[in-house]
Design a protein around this ligand. Sequence first.
Ligand code: UDP
Ligand code: MN
Length: 342
Amino acid sequence: MVLRQSFLIILAFFGMVLCGLIYLNTNQNSCKPQIIEKVITKKNWKLKNFGLRSPVGLVYNQPSALVSRTDVASVTPWLAPIVWEGTFDSRVIDSIYKQQNITIATTVFALGKYTRFLKDFLESAEEHYFVGFRVHFYLFTDQPEEVPNVKLGQERYLTVKTLPSMNRWQDISMSRMEILEKLIENELASEADYIFCLDVDTKFYGRWGVESLGRLVGVIHPWFFNVPRFLFTYEHRPKSQAYIPAGKGDFYYTGAAFGGSLKDVHNLTKTCREQMNIDTANSIEALWHEESHLNKYFLYNKPSKLLSPEYLWRDISMSSGSVKIIRFSHVAKNNAEVRPNL
Ligand code: UDP
Ligand code: MN
């Protein structure tokens, strides 16, 4: 009798231990990850990091299906990721892209007084932008002699292209679409896999890497990521091809940074150029020039990946709770002083 009771007690004990282990295993991320870690190590089940090796043998933490950042949205309603600090593991994503031998074309324009921004832009890019990957900068300027001599690292290239000067800053900004369209068409096909188009009055302060790559990539404008859409500065005049009706629109995207695959960015730049030409023929210029057309394009051709305002902040001196890292930021500038027509 005593023997049977002891047997039942031992059985119940093992049952409880088993249930406990199953519970911990299914709740390990929402509960206490360190507990399961301890149990596994103690029992020497050799399960630690089991199945977590990337093809190059990298060891990293188990991804969680339950826990992520809760203070920001990391996915859109059309299931495009929104990249924020804490939503990716840079070592994991680097190791995946390292095997792909990719080239990232990056265009930047510096006409008139904007050549003054080039040194900081290029030097900071060397420090933070796609470090360890092949990057080819295409720099468009009306003063090639003003391009600073910045020492580029291995597999980092710079091609300077000369453009005629322009009198209106709006024309400089808008003409970028057609120039990019033609660059992709005529030169990049066998030269690059991805392209990013960036403003030059900017500087890198933190990592901007392969986590930003995607088929079609938009960056959420740093002034509008936390406001209702009626405040977005979309073009609301129906006469313009950039027209977005009131009550429509997902995000307000910046024109200062966008990118993606060559094919998708070619279609984007071609479409925006065509729409701007129609506007010119109809004697209308969209409120925020090519940025208005870009926003119209992204409304009907959803980006496959969005970058949070970490990837284009307003000015390094301004902070925000959710933006934990400033990777790339506009620098303070006196528009009246740097622009040709103000
Ligand atoms: N730009 C330029 N020279 C000019 C005006 C503009 O090279 O005189 C280029 C430059 O690449 C700049 C971009 O056009 O980053 C967009 O203009 P800007 O930065 O003035 O627009 P904002 O970011 O202030 O809206
Ligand atoms: Mn700018």
